[in-house]
Design a protein around this ligand. Structure first.
Ligand SMILES: C[S@@+](CC[C@H](N)C(=O)[O-])C[C@H]1O[C@@H](n2cnc3c(N)ncnc32)[C@H](O)[C@@H]1O
Length: 221
């Protein structure tokens, strides 16, 4: 397992240079966030199924998204799409507090339990309500969305504080661009970080019902 983890980190290091992100990825045991039968594959650089048609994202994508947020340790971060809780654990290593929202209660419960067992006291896991994100605790210094949206959701832009950064996959239901959104005093700036393929966001500001998920292949570049 140790050798597999070192090999994965070496692979990520070819793209992601932020030492704090790499150290966080080295500390968080990904095997604790995957189903028991998939533990042997926990350090492969690919998404894995976590049940309910959802996935734990590809480690390289997690690293790229986290690096783009430029966390320094003082931030309050929102994650939309808790899934297994793995990305939330990486964020918890690098930020002051993490609010993470999941629409599937079973996944939210499981992720909360794993995060608590690993001692992450600075993460709050919520089951998504009617609104996208978690406006109750806005503004956030950073937002990461780990499901794909047809466009940058205006309500998440509202929940982002001034000077804040958001990373979100935007595009079609199967293939998207990873977009970094920066909210400055003179408006919003967007930059593409590369192609990706996330499972779709479900609910408000996503695709209308009937345009349900089809190729659920998780977060792959
Ligand atoms: C690719 S998975 C997330 C992977 C996760 N970040 C991890 O580290 O394991 C996307 C997740 O987003 C959730 N999701 C989809 N739409 C959502 C919404 N509107 N609000 C909250 N969660 C949502 C899905 O149920 C799924 O668990």
């Amino acid at each position: 397992m140790r050798a597999a983890r070192d090999a994965l980190l070496a692979e990520i290091r070819a793209t992601v240079r932020d030492e704090r992100v790499l150290a966080a990825m080295a500390r968080v045991p990904r095997e604790r966030f995957v189903p028991p039968d998939l533990v042997p594959y926990a350090y492969e650089n690919r998404p894995l199924p976590i049940g309910y048609g959802q996935t734990i994202s590809q480690p390289l994508i997690v690293a790229i998204m986290t690096e783009a947020l430029r966390l320094e340790g003082t931030e309050k971060v929102l994650e939309v799409g808790t899934g297994s809780g793995y990305q939330a654990a990486i964020l918890a290593e690098l930020a002051r507090e993490v609010v993470t929202v999941e629409r599937l209660p079973e996944l939210a419960r499981r992720a909360a339990r794993t995060l608590a067992e690993l001692g992450y006291a600075n993460v709050r896991v919520y089951v998504a309500g009617e609104a996208l994100g978690w406006p109750q605790e806005a503004p956030y210094d950073a937002i990461v969305v780990t499901a794909a949206a047809p466009r940058v959701p205006p309500s998440l832009l509202e929940q982002l504080g001034e000077g804040g950064r958001m990373v979100i996959p935007v595009g079609g239901r199967d293939l998207q661009e990873l977009v970094l959104v920066e909210k400055g005093p003179r408006g919003v700036r967007k930059r593409n970080l590369g192609p990706c393929g996330f499972v779709p966001l479900i609910g408000p500001e996503a695709w209308p019902p009937g345009h349900g998920p089809k190729g659920q292949n998780g977060a792959e570049r």
